[in-house]
Design a protein around this ligand. Structure first.
Ligand code: IPM
Ligand code: MG
Length: 360
């Protein structure tokens, strides 16, 4: 089959890691008889440099007309890169928010899994790491504080900033349904994370989640306060299967979850909407400090490409092959610098991409 992939290399290490993911897709294509056609799209700092805005309407249109979008990372260094002298709505990250909203990608899936080979890189106590964990964070992506009304003004001589956290029941219902559907394919356990002891939006969140739960009688559901969840993630991560939460909580908890996998360079993500079109990107950022040095870990991006095969193209067998190749690479002791430990073989970003391709 033929698939059109809009590719957004972006900033920092984005172009390096995206090249490796494309290499992996092409290897899959050769082996399983598919063709991936890539259209390059500018977003983030590189788009600001070329067009003065982080995402042009044409770029968004190209993404809309594709079968899936593969993204590296966007952004630079505040205080260093001139992009951050621009107003917030013209900075690199605004491009990311605009494409999520523009494509209607309300569901962000971030799987966090501890490979047994990377146990020594896990910063948790040995007995906790030994128990392992395998969870997926289902983060709402187009609502809440990220998209609520905001302003900064002077009120009675005092500088005042306002952000708004708003959710309606439809926004909550559709992400909850996604989480329960995913739970049905996993261990049938949803933990819905909120701050219902303080926030109205969280109280509505938990009400709607319990209504949705009625349609999934096989799934057990539990509510957890976000502060407790932050603690439980480092105390007993094995208890989590599907973590369902709103945009801002999901942003924070997914960084925490990625850290306990050993390296933020391992965490993939898929952003999905109502249809098949999805955006696939590593959960980490553009890492400008190591950009252009061929030492970034491309695994999160490669695993994101595997999610693309699974969720946008329904190519489960092919996705399995990529995930198995990544596992094999780790078993074979091949490591980029972020996950390197004694006695293992250190490779570059391209070296890691090649090693994965060889094992597909
Ligand atoms: C993420 C990132 C983004 C977010 C930033 C870059 C806007 O942290 O994808 O988790 O907060 O969603
Ligand atoms: Mg984040």
């Amino acid at each position: 089959m033929n698939f059109n992939v809009a590719v957004i290399p972006g900033d920092g290490i984005g172009p390096e890691i995206v090249s490796e993911a494309k290499k992996v897709l092409d290897t899959v294509g050769k082996k399983f008889g598919h063709e991936f056609t890539y259209t390059n799209v500018l977003m983030g700092g590189v788009s600001i440099d070329a067009h003065g805005v982080p995402l042009t309407d044409e770029a968004l249109e190209t993404a809309k007309n594709s079968d899936a979008v593969l993204l590296g990372a966007v952004g630079g260094r505040v205080g260093v890169d001139k992009w951050y002298e621009l107003p917030p709505n013209l900075r690199p990250e605004a491009g990311l928010l605009a494409i999520r909203k523009g494509l209607g990608l309300f569901a962000n899936l971030r799987p966090a899994y501890l490979y047994k080979e990377l146990k020594s890189a896990c910063p948790l106590k040995e007995e906790v790491a030994d128990a392992g964990f395998d969870m997926i964070i289902v983060r709402e992506l187009t609502g809440g504080l990220y998209f609520g009304e905001r302003k900064t003004e002077v009120v009675d001589g005092v500088r005042t900033a306002i952000d708004t956290l708003k959710y309606d029941e439809n926004e909550i219902r559709r992400i909850a349904v996604k989480a329960f559907e995913i739970a049905m394919k996993r261990n049938k356990k949803v933990i819905s994370v909120d701050k219902a002891n303080v926030l109205d939006s969280s109280r509505l969140w938990s009400q709607v989640v319990s209504e949705v739960a009625k349609d999934f009688p096989e799934v057990t559901v539990e509510n957890m306060l976000v502060d407790n969840c932050a603690m439980q993630l480092v105390k007993n991560p094995a208890q989590f299967d599907v973590v369902l939460t709103e945009n801002m909580f999901g942003d924070i908890l997914s960084d925490e979850a990625s850290m306990i996998t050993g390296s933020i360079g391992m965490l993939s993500s898929a952003s999905l909407g109502a249809g098949k079109l999805g955006l696939y990107e590593p959960s980490h950022g553009a890492a400008p400090d190591i950009a252009g040095q061929n030492k970034a870990n491309p695994i999160a991006t490669v695993l994101s490409a595997a999610m693309m095969l699974r969720y946008s193209f329904d190519l489960d067998k092919e996705a399995d092959a990529v995930e198995a190749a990544v596992r094999k690479v780790l078993e074979d002791g091949i490591r980029t610098v972020d996950i390197m430990s004694e006695g293992k073989t250190l490779v570059t970003c391209t070296g890691m991409g090649d090693a994965i391709c060889e094992r597909i």
